[in-house]
Design a binder for this molecule. Sequence first.
Ligand code: AKG
Ligand code: FE2
Length: 331
Amino acid sequence: MAKLTQNQLDYFEEFGFLPVKNVFDPEKVTDPIIEEYHGVLDNLAEELFKDGKISSKFEEFPFGKRLTKIMQETHENHAGYFDFSLPFQGVKEDTPCWFGPAVFNALVNEQILDVVESIIGSEVYSNPVQHVRIKPPEREIPKNEHGQSILGATIWHQDHGVVTEEADETNMLTVWFPLLDAPVESGPLKVVPGSHKGELLTHCNDYKIPGVREIPENLFDADGAVPVPMEKGGVVLLHKRTVHGSLSNVSDNIRWSFDLRYNPIGQHTGREIFPGFIARSKENPDKEFRDSKKWKDTWMETRKIMAKLNQEGGDVDVPFGRWDGEFPECA
Ligand SMILES: O=C(O)CCC(=O)C(=O)O
Ligand SMILES: [Fe+2]
C-alpha cells in the first residue's frame, strides 16, 4: 500500500493538515464522477425548464458555464441537487440529492483508503459527513439580500464544530480533493497551520453574515493562514480541529471538490442518523462494504425517515449541531 512516509506523518501532526499529490488516477476516480454529474445537471436543467424557472436548458454550454447560467436565472445555488448528503431540516421524500456509483467508487478508493489508514489505522469507517462543492467564478454568481454570494468562499470553521458532542472523542479525518485542478485563484482550502493543537473554538451564528456560522477571527491566528492549492489526483488531509475555510474563486473556471471523512470503526460519527459504512477492515475484510446500489438505498431510506423529522417550524427531533444559544465570544 502507498503509505504516508514518516515525514508526511510528522508534518500532519505538526501542522494539522497535509497536502498529498498524486494519490489516485483522476481518469479512474474523478473523471467518471464528472461524467456522472453531467447527467445530474441535465436532470436539473430539464426539471427547471419544465417548471418554467429557466428560459433555456443551456445544453450548448460546458458544465461550469451551464450551471452558472442556471444559477443566474434562478438565483439559487442548487447545491443540494448534487450533494451526496441531505439537509438537516425540512427534508421531503423527494428532496434532491445524488448518490451515484462513481461517487461511491471514490469513497472506497483503495489509494485514498491507504492514505487514511496511515493516519487512523486499518479499521476504517466512512463517516457520512461528506459533500461535493461546485463553485463557479464568484464574480458570476448572484448575491443574496445581504450582498453575499449565494455560493462563495467557505467561512472559518473546524470540522469538529460541525459534528455533535457524541463525536468529541472520535478521531475524524477529513479528506478533501479537487475534481479539477484547484490553483490558488480557483479558491481552494485555506488552513491555519498548528491550529489543531488548540481547543474546539466557538462557532458563532450570524456573526458577520446573517445565516452563516463561523469562528470569529480574534479567536485564532487568521494572519497565519495559508492557501492549499491542489491538482487533481491529489488530496488534502485535515485534522478535525484545524481551523480552515476556503478562498474565493476569482478564476474563470469552476472550483469543484469533494470532502469526505473517515473515523476508526466503532467511534461515533457525530451524525448518527446519516448512514456510514465499513470502508476497510483488516480484522474483518468480509465486512468491507462495496455495494453502491445498497449505499444509495440506505440514503434513500434515511431521506424517508428525515421527511418525518426536523420539519420547518416544528421541533428539532434530531440535533445536528451544538452552537445554538449565546456565547460571550460572539458578542
Ligand atoms: O471546499 C470547501 O470550500 C470547504 C471544505 C471544507 O470545509 C472541508 O473539507 O472540511
Ligand atoms: Fe470543513
